[in-house]
Design a protein around this ligand. Structure first.
Ligand code: ZN
Length: 310
């Protein structure tokens, strides 16, 4: 794993409450996992920002939910990136990919990466699945809203407010910096979600709204060494909060060499024989993490021998 140069601490996520449970909040520092995703997928600068914000938002969204095994967020727009997919589990592991990692657009009027332009207009989809690992698969929960901003944080906020009916403020950021060599790296990434539950005290909500509006950029704080609790303090201002738990988060994929073998083994025998004859091997690349698994001639022959034994 490649660590960013300024923040070598592990990525973590904190859940907290404020205003006697009337306010729920989640904050995460995700510099390392965003750097790993950008490195694995060879993303352009703007796509790294778009994918990093989506991965962070998905982890934070999952942290606010009690019962799910797998949470998938898909942002499908008509911009050059073509689509972003992030998948998180309840253990704080996340993986994700984009359709066109190389897509790039000019900086926006503020001189920032124009995430909105690379995403475009389209739909924001959320799917919660549970029970599939223990054979108690339940009907997944699905939500969909139009992309209202394309900057991603606003889209998570709109989704939470409209579809889950929990008014939420969402901040997501990815900061990249250039080395002297011109090569860039992810210097800071992270985010915060603050949610107002029904019946929350109005004065507290107003105080939080003012604090959120005036809070410095998440990535500016992380670059200075801020941890998730520091992000919450910045977002909540003077409103006291109670930390419920803190957990490590990271980029992790479920693919493996064994899974690649089992997928190849399920190919029809005649097709497998022609792959062996013509290609002398097979290679499979995982969408989610861009890892390539290669099976050489000998490995394919072993699979054929095994299948003829069955
Ligand atoms: Zn993978």
């Amino acid at each position: 794993m490649i660590l960013s140069e300024h923040n070598k601490t592990a990525d973590t996520l904190v859940r907290a409450t404020a205003a006697d449970g009337g306010v729920r909040c989640m904050a995460a520092v995700t510099t390392n996992l965003v750097a790993e995703a950008a490195r694995r997928h060879h993303t352009s600068h703007t796509v790294a920002a778009a994918l990093g914000r989506t991965l962070t938002g998905t982890l934070l969204l999952g942290a606010g939910q009690k019962e799910f095994d797998r949470l998938t967020v898909q942002i499908i727009g008509d911009g050059p990136v073509g689509g972003i997919t992030a998948e998180a589990n309840a253990q704080g592991q996340v993986r994700g990919y984009v359709r066109h990692p190389e897509a790039e657009v000019p900086l926006n009027a503020d001189g920032k990466f124009d995430v909105r332009a690379v995403v475009g207009n389209g739909m924001f989809y959320v799917t919660y699945e549970s029970g599939y690992e223990v054979g108690l698969y339940r009907e997944p929960y699905r939500g969909a809203v139009p992309i209202v901003s394309g900057e991603i944080a606003e889209d998570f906020a709109f989704y939470l407010t409209k579809s889950e009916q929990v008014p939420s403020a969402v901040m997501l950021g990815v900061l990249r910096r250039a080395r002297n060599s011109g090569e860039t790296f992810v210097e800071a990434a992270g985010g915060v979600i603050v949610q107002v539950m029904p019946g929350a005290d109005e004065r507290t909500v107003a105080a939080i709204e003012a604090a959120v509006a005036g809070a410095p950029h998440t990535t500016a704080l992380i670059r200075e060494g801020a941890q998730p609790v520091d992000l919450l303090r910045a977002a909540l201002g003077d409103v006291p909060f109670e930390v419920l738990d803190e957990r490590p988060v990271g980029f992790a994929c479920q693919c493996s060499h064994e899974r690649a073998i089992s997928i190849i083994s399920s190919i029809e025998r005649s097709e497998l024989e022609s792959i062996l004859r013509e290609d002398k091997g097979a290679a499979m690349t995982c969408h989610f993490c861009n890892e390539t698994y290669r099976l050489d001639e000998a490995a394919l022959e072993r699979i054929l021998v095994k299948s003829s034994e069955q």
